[in-house]
Design a protein around this ligand. Structure first.
Ligand code: GLN
Length: 485
């Protein structure tokens, strides 16, 4: 196995045993990027020298006998919507094509404190709006398993980088499924933490009441290691919650005896591909054979989730994106006649079609006369969805479902049909509306393409999700499948 194929926890052992240096690991990942990224399109920016500098710093620490963190010297890819001081942060949008943040997002600061090696910034759907990574203003990210298919979105660059071994681990953001869906499509592990568990300071906002940063890894252990670094209260984010951050690796036990798992029937019915359903059923049986108590349950308001999400998310986006007017930063249209024309031209030229659609939908839903009929009603539905989860979690520790209703689809297949694209999110977006944590992990293959299993949990009970996911992983071989790119 090549260095770039290994997990962070394995590489950490090798670093401690002095079998390898961080410079060698980093160089091996950089070489891998040069070889395959042409085909994948995971990166908007690759950080060669910067990355090697950090790697050498870690190597000096190891040589000096200084204790290092498990993620020290490990190459990590960052979705390009997290601010990195002095490093271009584009949100894969024309409007931010030259934006140099003057500060780091809190998660970037934390990764810096443990000497993780930031290897590059990854491609995404523009402003994280999309499910396929085709809405990038630059280029689409291709699925490493089959490059004519989508990587999933919006964090498709991050998931593809881990799947194609162009990064050891990665960070993404999830507003309605943007970590879990691409994790499922690329055959890696991705986790969306509880709302408020990870600081959003320096995460370029899409829909602030839904956005959350989370990890991607080649296995569950690597996700737990990243959770240890990124979780915790931050005074710079008023929605960040004060809680005792556990050591998430302590939950990595191969044991689900007595764990109560519910399968919401709404997630296994209409619209779910038959072969995906089979794989998920098999996964449930596997967990049952390992001692979990698995049974069917219901989340009755599920069918209204999609409409509620596609009102709330665009409403918040229309407000958040009002700041891109060409005045302070980012793209500015050339030679406008007056200020109003400058705003108009800047926004018409700077935003892509999906972002414009969301701004218009959101502005409409928030406008006087429609506010009560659309936005307010969506908020009420949101409460009902949250209550569905609350009552399910009175009985169950974990809820289990597919991550995506369909396998990774062909590039170009849905990009001109917004409604079809929105439907891909039916299994993921309720989790964000309710603010709960969820994880997606490999659960098999259908026609050579990965299937993702989603486990959803109680607020701040990421530990139980990690335990269930780890147990599943230890007793299956799905995560060992690798694309032959
Ligand atoms: N696909 C969903 C959307 O387009 C979710 C995106 C996300 O989680 N950032 O809004």
């Amino acid at each position: 196995m090549k260095l770039y194929q290994k997990t962070a926890h394995r590489l950490h052992e090798m670093l401690l045993n002095k079998e390898v240096s961080s410079e060698e690991i980093t160089q091996s990942v950089l070489n891998r990027i040069s070889t395959v990224d042409e085909k994948v399109g995971a990166y908007v920016t690759v950080l060669g020298e910067n990355a090697l500098d950090t790697a050498r710093k870690v190597d000096r620490k190891i040589k000096d006998g200084t204790n290092i963190h498990p993620l020290a010297g490990i190459p990590i890819a960052i979705k390009d919507n997290m601010c990195t001081e002095g490093i271009r942060t584009t949100c894969s949008s024309r409007i931010l094509y030259n934006y140099m943040p003057p500060y780091n997002a809190t998660v970037i600061e934390r990764l810096g404190e443990v000497d993780a090696v930031m290897i590059g910034k990854t491609n995404m759907d523009e402003f994280a709006m999309g499910s396929s990574c085709e809405n990038s203003a630059f280029f689409p990210t291709c699925n490493p398993w089959s490059t004519d298919r989508v990587a999933g979105g919006s964090s498709g660059g991050s998931s593809a980088s881990v799947a194609a071994d162009e990064a050891i681990v990665a960070l993404g953001s999830d507003t309605g499924g943007s970590i879990r869906l691409p994790a499922a499509y690329c055959g890696v592990v991705g986790m969306k933490p509880t709302y408020g568990a990870v600081s959003r300071y320096g995460l370029i906002a899409f829909a602030s009441s839904l956005d959350q940063i989370g990890p991607f890894g080649k296995d569950v252990t690597d996700c737990a290691l990243l959770m240890n670094v990124i979780c915790g209260h931050d005074p710079m984010d008023s929605t960040s919650v004060k809680f005792d951050v556990p050591d998430y690796t302590t939950f990595l036990a191969n044991n689900v005896k007595g764990l109560k798992i519910g399968i919401p029937k709404e997630y296994m019915g209409e619209g779910i591909d038959a072969e995906i359903k089979n794989s998920i059923q098999e996964a449930a049986e596997k967990l049952a054979s390992l001692g979990a108590e698995v049974e069917e349950t219901g989340l009755p308001h599920t069918k209204h989730g999609l409409s509620a999400y596609y009102l709330i998310a665009p409403a918040e986006a229309s407000s958040n994106l009002a700041r891109y007017d060409g005045v302070r930063y980012g793209y500015r249209a050339q030679d406008p006649e007056d200020m109003i024309e400058m705003f108009k031209k800047t926004r018409s030229e700077g935003f892509g079609p999906e972002v414009k659609r969301r701004i218009m939908l959101g502005t409409y839903a928030l406008s006087a006369g429609y506010y009560d009929a659309y936005y307010n009603k969506a908020l009420k539905v949101r409460t009902l969805i949250k209550q569905d989860f609350d009552s399910a979690f009175e009985k169950y520790d974990v809820l289990l479902s597919p991550t995506s209703p369909i396998p990774p689809f062909k590039r170009g297949e849905k990009v001109d049909d917004p409604l079809q694209m929105y439907m891909v999110d039916i299994c993921t977006l309720a989790v964000n509306l309710a603010g709960i944590p969820a994880i997606s992990l490999p659960a098999g293959m259908v026609n050579g393409l990965p299937v993702g299993l989603q486990l959803m949990g109680k607020p701040f009970d990421e530990g139980t999700l990690l335990r269930a996911a780890y147990t599943f992983e230890q007793n299956t071989v799905h995560h060992e499948n690798k694309p032959s790119i």
